[in-house]
Design a protein around this ligand. Structure first.
Ligand code: NCD
Ligand code: ZN
Ligand code: ZN
Length: 355
């Protein structure tokens, strides 16, 4: 196959940050996607309707002139989120979900929830008004092995949560294990997003010829058996699985540090990365539904009508992109990609090549 033409996709899990960082990364997402679910883990987090409204305006102001993009906002759940906050968020129409971070689980999660059972009053209202709950599904217990944190979260918290709130619509974000796939398939009113890095790499990538911080994200990459399971889920055509890049920019100095932070940057070339993963298992025919249909169907939004084209053409992922004063290393820097998104104008194509 030399060309793929498909419905324009959306990104159902994206970190845009704020200020100069937002301005540096947003054009990449806008080139590839029509809409994105915007993660609320800013410093301080997006906790109220007023925070979300102000952040949404800053994102809209940063959209390159003449481009279309719709940020779908989320609220950051804390121990103090109230049922009234949910009702107000639902009424706003632009807040599409509420994000749960276990306190201490990942980047900027220190304001997260200390005990998920404390949120039952809020979940009750979310179930009632049909506000989806997005989960960073990992336990934070120091005595649980870092590679088992997703599996233990499912057993200890997610299964009981689904029993307490069977109609609450849940997205288990950035799944990484066969255990997650199995659970998603067995339960109702639940879906999962899948990132490009978890489809393409197993945990060996973290230690290829030395320690490679640019492949460190949370949940951490797992063994090959788990990668195979999520690749199989993503390419199965099952509507419970859809695209969420979890593109999470961190400046080079904070990744290449004695305590490097978690997150991979994939907004530059997300669709090309997914195409490579799907092609590896001869499933390019399943890419459009995964990237462009299952997400809007879950969120009960219309599918996009515009189309995009990717073409077979090799190009090298740049070593670094402009981003604050330290630069940003994209996922799989230096790799020869085999697909390339075709942009509408040749000047855009040129600027994409030159970064
Ligand atoms: N995935 C990551 O490793 N990092 C994300 C946070 C998150 O999605 O957990 C970030 O905001 O940097
Ligand atoms: Zn997360
Ligand atoms: Zn994320």
């Amino acid at each position: 196959m030399q060309n793929i033409t498909m419905t324009r996709p959306d990104d159902w899990h994206l970190h845009l940050r704020d200020g100069a960082a937002l301005k540096a990364v947003l054009p990449h997402t806008v080139r590839q996607f029509s809409r994105a679910i915007i993660m609320p883990n800013l410093k301080p987090p997006v906790r109220s309707l007023a925070d979300a409204s102000a952040y949404r305006n800053r994102i809209i102001a940063a959209i390159p002139a003449g481009k279309q993009f719709e940020p779908l906002m989320t609220l950051y759940l804390t121990d103090n989120t109230s049922p009234e906050d949910i009702v107000a968020a639902k009424a706003s129409q632009f807040i599409k979900a509420v994000k749960y971070y276990p306190a201490g689980a990942t980047t900027n999660s220190e304001f997260g929830v200390t005990d998920i059972r404390k949120c039952d009053r809020v979940f009750e209202v979310m179930q009632q008004v049909d506000m989806p709950l997005l989960l960073h599904g990992e336990v934070t217990d120091r005595d649980v092995d870092v590679f088992d944190r997703e599996k233990v979260f499912i057993e200890k918290y997610l299964i009981p949560l689904k029993l307490r709130f069977p109609k609450l619509r849940v997205v288990l974000e950035h799944i990484t294990t066969a255990d997650a796939v199995e659970f998603i398939l067995s339960a109702n009113n639940i879906a999962a997003t899948i990132t490009p890095q978890h489809l393409l790499f197993n945990r060996n990538m973290l230690f290829m010829n030395g320690m490679c911080p640019h492949y460190y994200c949370l949940p951490v990459l797992k063994r090959e058996r788990h990668r195979q399971a999520i690749l199989q889920a993503a390419t199965s055509g099952d509507p419970k699985f859809f695209l969420g890049t979890d593109s999470a920019p961190h400046a080079r100095d904070s990744k290449e540090s004695s305590c490097g932070c978690a997150g991979c940057y994939s907004a530059l070339h997300a669709m090309e990365l997914y195409a490579e993963a799907f092609e590896s298992t001869d499933a390019l025919d399943k890419l459009e539904a995964f990237a462009s249909f299952h997400g809007p169907d879950f969120y009960r939004l219309p599918r996009n009508t515009e189309r995009i084209t990717m073409t077979k053409s090799t190009w090298r992922v740049p070593d670094e992109l402009p981003f604050t004063e330290f630069g940003l290393v994209p996922l799989w820097a230096g790799h020869e990609m085999t697909w390339r998104m075709v942009y509408e104008s040749s000047s855009e194509l040129l600027s994409a090549q030159s970064i």
